[in-house]
Design a protein around this ligand. Structure first.
Ligand code: PLP
Length: 417
């Protein structure tokens, strides 16, 4: 569900024509629909309203501070993975008590800053990290809350690059290690180990991987209870999938219906860390056709957006629907030739879509759908391309929420010696 719809032949974001925004702000351009973002957040919140649950939006997915501000003002917490993301959380006034912090490589400074901001909890991924955190907490004379990231060894049935809960992945600790750490916690007297954290992967469209992971966590939680240790929190991570192509992801309501019976039995405070589910379909990448090139064997639609703007197709072969911003009269013709939609970057891996039936001419616009998640936040300056601008649409109004970078920005930090 999203608010990018055609009115006649013209694509609109809420009440504003995408073509108009392209004229006003230039291309490539990320366009986000506020209504879509809030709709997804509210659906998830409502689906879990019968239990004590905190939603912590995953900052890495789209870290524009306007979006972080929007969500935190609606009561969302934040899931962070770096000192930079802690900085962003502070910028939008997210209270420490609504911040959870994962990452396999937290540095001393990052740990110290997060302890001082009194975040809700760290999601600790290894024994060396636990030792280091205990040492820093002792120095600071504080006792931060910690959840151990449990790797439940389940198959999330998603792309292997975004699977994170199998034993061969670098994330979390296995059941035996978690048990031992919690039962023999005397070496960690400056840490308050209050819960378990899991995050089994991303773009998960079925409920069964979550059910398996929660069952594994429940076994561990109940074992500890029998040993006299009552945990207070279970963080079930993010990972809910969205529609890019023909996926049939679970709705927030359907997901909650499946997992709530298991979660209710545990009587713990539940944390969720959704990212893609909230912002994925709430954004498009608008781009202009620079050339249409036909070789003897292939047709290429060369656009002004590229892999530096949207890396997902190049990185994981991800599919994004690509449509004309204004549908032309002959778009339905059977004679349309399949084309690769590519950027100008000097890599054969620079494509946004392959073998697409799309009929656009030079200087016309295309919209790459579902570009709200892992899109701008993964963008780069590769090929010395200034990063795109970002615009938020709120009903009939549009707001520039990130200026387009300039050539000067490319060298701002560089020094000739
Ligand atoms: N939580 C953690 C620890 C993550 O690593 C991620 C994504 O990598 C997320 C939450 C958000 O995942 P998604 O966007 O699939 O909801």
């Amino acid at each position: 569900m999203h608010y990018f719809k055609y009115k006649g032949k013209t694509l609109f974001c809420e009440n504003i024509s995408v073509a108009k925004l392209m004229d006003k702000y230039g291309t490539p351009l990320f366009i986000y629909s506020q209504k879509t973002i809030l709709d997804h957040f509210n659906k998830l919140k409502k689906a879990f309203s019968s239990i004590d649950a905190l939603i912590c939006y995953s900052v890495k997915v789209n870290s524009n501070i306007c979006i972080l501000n929007l969500l935190t003002k609606k009561g969302s917490g934040l899931d962070i993975v770096s000192g930079g993301e802690l900085f962003l959380a502070k910028q939008v006034g997210c209270p420490g008590k609504k911040i959870v912090y994962a990452s396999v490589g937290k540095t001393d400074k990052e740990i110290k800053d997060a302890i001082n901001y009194e975040i809700l909890m760290f999601n600790v991924e290894s024994i060396p990290e636990l030792k280091r955190m205990n040492r820093i907490a002792r120095q600071l004379k504080k006792k931060p809350k910690v959840a151990l990231r449990f790797n439940p060894n389940v198959d999330a049935k998603t792309h292997k690059y975004i699977t994170t809960g199998k034993k061969e992945n670098k994330f979390g600790m296995d059941e035996e290690t978690v048990k031992k750490l919690i039962l023999n916690n005397q070496d960690y007297s400056y840490l308050d180990i209050v819960g378990l954290h899991m995050h089994i992967g991303s773009q998960i469209t079925q409920s069964s991987p979550y059910i398996n992971a929660i069952k594994n966590a429940a076994r561990l939680i109940n074992f500890l209870k029998k040993q006299g240790i009552a945990l207070k929190y279970l963080n079930i991570g993010g990972g809910l999938g969205i529609i890019y192509d023909k996926e049939k992801p679970q709705t927030a309501k359907a997901f909650a219906k499946k997992v709530l019976p298991l979660l209710k039995k545990l009587k713990l405070k539940i944390i969720l860390e959704p990212g893609r589910f909230i912002v994925g379909n709430a954004g498009i990448l608008a781009s202009k056709v620079t050339y249409v090139k036909e070789t003897r064997t292939k047709k290429f639609i060369i656009v002004d957006a590229a892999m530096n703007d949207l890396l997902r197709p190049s990185l994981y072969g991800a599919y994004h629907n690509i449509m004309p911003v204004v549908k032309s009269a002959n778009n339905k013709q059977k004679s349309i030739k399949k084309a690769d939609v590519v950027g100008p970057i000097c890599e054969s891996g620079d494509f946004l879509g392959k073998d697409r039936l799309i009929n656009v001419e030079e200087s016309e616009g295309i919209a790459v759908f579902a570009a709200g998640a892992y899109a701008f936040s993964m963008s780069s300056n590769y090929n010395s391309r200034p990063r795109a601008a970002e615009v938020l649409v709120r009903g009939s109004r549009d707001y520039l929420i990130r200026k387009r970078e300039t050539y000067k920005d490319l060298i701002n930090k560089e020094i000739i010696v």
